[in-house]
Design a protein around this ligand. Structure first.
Ligand SMILES: [Zn+2]
Length: 362
């Protein structure tokens, strides 16, 4: 990395996105380029309808992703299994040995978009977690309780205390990623429970607090799960992301929904940040005077946690402003034009990608 805190240009090893929703069908075709043009690899979430619960389904989804990939881009989708109460440990093991299950995703039932078939009670899948611990298959967690009696802003913290703490005791060698953390509590918990526990942090949780959802009215563009929290949590996340600590790495949780699904009597949770994700992160690192730590967070810590080599290529970011479009046009499954609203829509970001530098060795 060539970099200095006051640099107007920085070059980092090509980043990876360790948590992304690429969707399916026409939406997949419409959003894939945004991720693949910047990120070399991405862990692809399995919450399709129906979810990815078999080896065949994972292979078929990977094929659909690769078939939608623009030819000039090199991109490796890393596939995940969607855990359910009755998932078979044999299937998990076989999918892992065939190289199609890179990790398994735990959605507590009904915690977020398309999670109705998720796990109803963590204790019920101990047999799966035993297998995963033994074969070294990482567990990716959407860490929120779904108990309607728990305040929505407290659901992550309650999950950590109620479920994650005992889970770490039961399975000390299981490698776990607490995805898209949103609180100071999660930051401290992850920091003090390594090295088998790590966390991803999204760009939106670094930029906005919960006021954004209610600015001059109800703003569904800023509604995601876990929901954004108070300012003190955003500040704790910014400190964690820019700390360079190996337990924190990039995972955008980019989660596109068509405008018609966002602006609706029951609008969907999810923020589509893929089109300007790295620009969004670099802005935070610059504001925190931590550009030197960007490469660790975006390009090194994640691959290290997952036991993969760093990417050989690099990208150069230059401090030149650009305005994010208010919306991106996309075809829906019926072939009609619809809108996707990207994170930072209408805002001016101060960095842009200058070049992607190939080392020609892959
Ligand atoms: Zn997600």
């Amino acid at each position: 990395m060539t970099n200095h805190p006051s640099a107007k240009k920085i070059t980092i090893c090509q980043p990876d996105d360790w948590h992304v929703h690429l969707r399916d069908g026409t939406l997949l075709k419409g959003v894939l380029r945004s991720t693949a043009k910047v990120f070399r690899r991405a862990i692809v979430m399995p919450n399709l309808q129906p979810p990815i619960t078999s080896i065949d389904a994972a292979f078929a989804y990977r094929d659909r992703i690769l078939a939608s990939l623009p030819r000039e881009l090199s991109f490796t989708p890393l596939m995940t299994a969607y855990l359910t109460d009755d998932f078979s440990s044999k299937v998990l093991e076989k999918g892992h040995s065939k190289g199609i299950f890179f990790a398994a995703k735990l959605y507590p039932a009904n915690s977020t978009t398309n999670s109705a078939s998720g796990v109803s009670d963590l204790r019920r899948i101990d047999f799966l977690l035993e297998t995963m611990e033994r074969i070294g298959l990482p567990l990716l967690i959407h860490g929120e309780v779904t108990d309607p009696d728990v305040d929505i802003f407290d659901r992550e913290a309650v999950f950590i205390d109620r479920h994650l703490t005992p889970l770490l005791t039961r399975f000390p060698d299981l490698r776990i990623v607490l995805e898209h953390i949103t609180t100071e509590h999660a930051v401290k918990f992850v920091e003090s429970n390594g090295p088998n526990l790590a966390a991803t942090i999204t760009p939106h949780h670094l930029h906005i607090n919960r006021n954004a959802m209610f600015l001059n009215g109800l703003r569904s563009d800023f509604y995601c799960l876990p929901v954004v929290k108070r300012e003190k949590h955003r500040l704790a996340l910014r400190k964690a992301a820019t700390s360079g600590k190996p337990c924190f790495f990039l995972g955008t949780d980019s989660a596109p929904h068509l405008r018609s699904s966002k602006e609706n009597a029951c609008g969907c949770a999810g923020i589509f940040n893929a089109p300007f994700a790295i620009e969004s992160y670099v802005e935070v690192f610059e504001q925190e005077d931590s550009l030197d730590s960007l490469e660790a967070f975006a390009s090194k810590n994640g691959s290290q946690f997952y036991g993969l080599p760093s990417n050989k290529d690099s990208i150069t970011l230059i401090k030149e402003s650009q305005t994010v479009p208010k919306y991106i046009e996309i075809l829906n499954d019926q072939g009609q034009l619809e809108h996707l609203v990207p994170f930072h829509a209408g805002e001016t970001l101060s960095w842009r990608i200058e070049t992607k530098n190939s080392n020609g060795s892959e």
